[in-house]
Design a protein around this ligand. Structure first.
Ligand code: SF4
Ligand code: SF4
Ligand SMILES: [Zn+2]
Length: 168
């Protein structure tokens, strides 16, 4: 009985996550778009995204993320790292370098765009950038293919060129 209740709760949560459209709440303070993250898109052990309060469901590294828990970020209301006045700090630079090198994506570029043009415009751009050409689903930044239909995108070729470094 308890097991059945647990399963139906997990299906319910999964349906909620699956129905999530890309939106401003999925954009983390560091500029990461959680909506294109493998941990958010996969069916099992889904991460609800950096800004979610469901900390127990987050991946270990993101639940302990030093950027998300940065006191300077707290002071400026957990908006975006550019509000702290010293961006980019060493931690953000390191994260940005890792993503540029391994996944062809930059948190610092994202933050610069948000600062310049606003979050609504950024989300619109991201929806277009990561949309699957075949079905309109979302292409994963870590895998380079669409999680709805499996079609590989141009990003897949980029990941291969970068060495195919893929998070598990
Ligand atoms: S694992 Fe990190 S980057 Fe991925 S969805 Fe969760 S909080 Fe966002
Ligand atoms: S850029 Fe600023 S707000 Fe972001 S983690 Fe660094 S010190 Fe904290
Ligand atoms: Zn697709």
């Amino acid at each position: 009985m308890a097991e059945a209740r647990k399963n139906s709760l997990s299906t319910w949560l999964q349906n909620i996550y699956r129905s999530h459209k890309m939106n401003p709440l999925l954009i983390a303070p560091c500029g990461m778009n959680c909506g294109i993250c493998l941990a958010y898109l996969r069916d099992k052990n889904k991460c609800p995204g950096c800004r979610s309060k469901l900390n127990k469901l987050k991946s270990k590294s993101c639940a302990r993320c030093v950027i998300a828990r940065c006191p300077k970020l707290k002071k400026c209301g957990y908006k975006y790292c550019f509000s702290c006045g010293i961006m980019p700090c060493a931690r953000l630079k390191h994260l940005d370098k890792r993503y540029r090198t391994n996944y062809g994506m930059s948190m610092l570029d994202n933050l610069a765009y948000i600062k310049r043009s606003g979050i609504k415009s950024f989300v619109k751009k991201e929806i277009k950038r990561w949309a699957c050409k075949k079905c309109g689903g979302t292409v994963c930044v870590h895998r380079g293919y669409c999680f709805a239909c499996g079609k590989r995108s141009k990003h897949y070729l980029l990941l291969k060129r970068l060495g195919g470094i893929i998070v598990s």
